[in-house]
Design a protein around this ligand. Structure first.
Ligand code: CU
Length: 123
């Protein structure tokens, strides 16, 4: 929520990247079930490895990021993957990602099953 009480929308996109590099995917997902759900695994069609990362401040004030495991969503809870926060990290990019390409990210939940998201590549 922002200060007006409106839901903040995530700019859905994947960052451009060169083959062999890394990229990140940004979007939001809401648990529409009436039960708690857990993210079991994720993958994408353009990367060798796909992980949920969190951004954090290191002891010397630098920004770092690390894998975030145990993603648990309460009923109705929305998770936002966005720049500077939780994000989907795409590692080992297998081809150049340029504007107007699109990328598929799949999230696998214990309860909701597979959720597929198609995202545009945008700087
Ligand atoms: Cu990351």
């Amino acid at each position: 929520m922002n200060q007006n009480g409106n839901q903040v929308r995530v700019d859905e996109r994947v960052r451009p990247a060169a083959s062999g590099g890394t990229s990140a995917a940004y979007f939001a997902y809401t648990n529409l079930l009436s039960t708690t759900d857990t993210l079991r695994s994720l993958n994408s069609d353009v990367a060798k490895m796909t992980q949920v990362h969190e951004s954090y401040k290191t002891e010397d004030g630098m920004m770092g990021m690390r894998e975030k495991k145990d993603i648990v969503l309460q009923p109705g809870e929305e998770i936002q993957f966005k720049q500077g926060g939780l994000h989907i990290m795409l590692m080992g990019i297998e081809k150049d990602l340029n504007s107007e390409d699109s990328v598929t990210v799949r999230l696998n939940f214990a309860e909701a099953g597979e959720f597929t998201k198609r995202l545009p590549v945008k700087p």
